[in-house]
Design a binder for this molecule. Structure first.
Ligand SMILES: Nc1nc2c(c(=O)[nH]1)N[C@H]1C(S)=C(S)[C@@H](COP(=O)(O)O)O[C@H]1N2
Ligand SMILES: [Mo]
Length: 365
């Protein structure tokens, strides 16, 4: 590939393309050492913006609720903030987390493993707003439209995603106007975003301007083309929905600047991390210190701030001798989902929750 050719399909090359580099420089991940915080400080929470962060005048902004409803609504920001609120701690992960580990690499934001964060979201229950608008008996879906606009797959669009009406009505679903005790910052969806705990990141539409109740499935590009597990363009594929289980380790020891390879001193120490799943709370975390040859259960912290938040775990490890080790961890949730060693490749590079592998060099001090 020569510079200037815009690649269109998955690439075999180990080399990141200029387009991927541009995306990666705009959309940052959460440094894994930030797994230490039960609630991710706002600036460390991962970020994904498909187009531009829109400029919104909060005084002129309105949330329109329309479509198959008896009473369309037009709500101002103060009117929303005055409504009875709900605060919920929730872990959010991009569906593309792990994409850059796939081969060939699907061309998009080249996430390694850190597209995740946990925040305390404050907002109003979506169900109450829908109740007020009174969906008609034929209502089946709810469409969420963001203020941001761009061209993707050749299609000029506002960012839009829908949810089945029964998912939208779940208790934990909120229209969030606050993040970690402050108003939503511009990059995370000011003044209002959808928060659907348990679902992958793309569900949580930012910069909301409109909620439209539908009586048929939404077939926009972010629903029917993107976020589907499929191996070929012609295939319809299965929609990506809830987060698959994942456990991540806080990288032990110290990193090499360029390779980020870890150096760990001899002696007893703790391997620690956090684990989550969007299907059910985490039931088990296992650790391997020999690249997945043998596994042992870690101790769960039992400290998840909500059913939708990650929980901590720790594992005591005393390396038997100096040398090279490959540390791994894997989570199993109460619904019986387990992190696989390898996932089946897919075109969009979604839901790659294969176990994390972390190479460390143990040295005598
Ligand atoms: N309007 C709008 N909403 C959006 C997006 C977007 O580009 N535009 N990105 C989605 C994706 S793919 C993810 S992973 C999450 C990221 O949320 P965050 O940047 O607050 O972490 O927002 C989702 N909501
Ligand atoms: Mo995402």
């Amino acid at each position: 590939m020569t510079r200037g050719d815009v690649p269109t399909g998955p690439v075999e090359s180990e080399l990141i393309t200029p387009e991927e580099l541009r995306l990666a420089a705009r959309n940052h991940a959460m440094p894994l050492e930030a797994l230490r915080y039960p609630i991710t400080p706002v600036g460390l929470h991962y970020l994904l913006v498909h187009y531009d962060i829109p400029w919104i005048d909060p005084a002129a902004w309105r949330l329109e609720v329309d479509g198959r409803v008896r009473r369309p609504l037009s709500l101002t920001l103060p009117a929303l903030r005055e409504r009875p609120g709900r605060t919920i701690v929730s872990t959010m992960e991009c569906a593309g987390n792990g994409r850059a580990e796939l081969s060939p690499r699907p061309l998009s934001q080249p996430w390694l493993l850190e597209a995740v964060g946990t925040a305390e979201w404050e907002g109003v229950p979506l169900g109450a707003v829908l109740d007020e608008a009174e969906p008609l008996p034929d209502a089946t879906e709810v469409l969420f439209t963001g203020a941001d606009r761009g061209i993707e797959g050749g299609i000029d669009q506002h960012y839009q995603r829908s949810l089945p009406l029964d998912e939208a009505r779940r208790d934990e679903v909120v229209l969030a106007h606050g993040l970690n005790g402050a108003p939503l910052p511009p990059q995370h969806g000011f003044p209002l975003r959808l928060l659907v705990p348990g679902w992958y990141g793309m569900t949580n539409v930012k910069w909301l301007t409109r909620i439209t109740v539908l009586d048929e499935p939404f077939t926009g590009p972010q629903q029917a083309r993107s976020y589907r597990i499929r191996q070929r363009e012609e295939a319809e594929g299965d929609p990506v929905t809830r987060m698959e289980p994942r456990s991540l380790m806080i990288p032990p020891g110290i990193p090499d600047f360029l390779t980020r390879r870890r150096t760990v001193p001899m002696g007893a120490g703790l391997i620690q991390g956090r684990a989550w799943s969007g299907w059910a709370p985490v039931a088990l975390v296992e650790v391997s210190t020999d690249g997945g040859g043998s596994w042992a259960a870690a101790e769960l912290g039992g400290d998840a701030a909500s059913p939708w938040a990650w929980q901590s775990w720790s594992y005591r490890w005393e390396p038997p001798a100096p040398g090279e080790y490959e540390l791994c961890s894997r989570a199993t949730d109460h619904a019986g989902h387990v992190q696989p060693t390898e996932v089946v490749w897919n075109l969009g590079g979604y839901a790659n929750n294969a176990v994390q592998r972390l190479a460390v060099t143990v040295v005598s001090c």
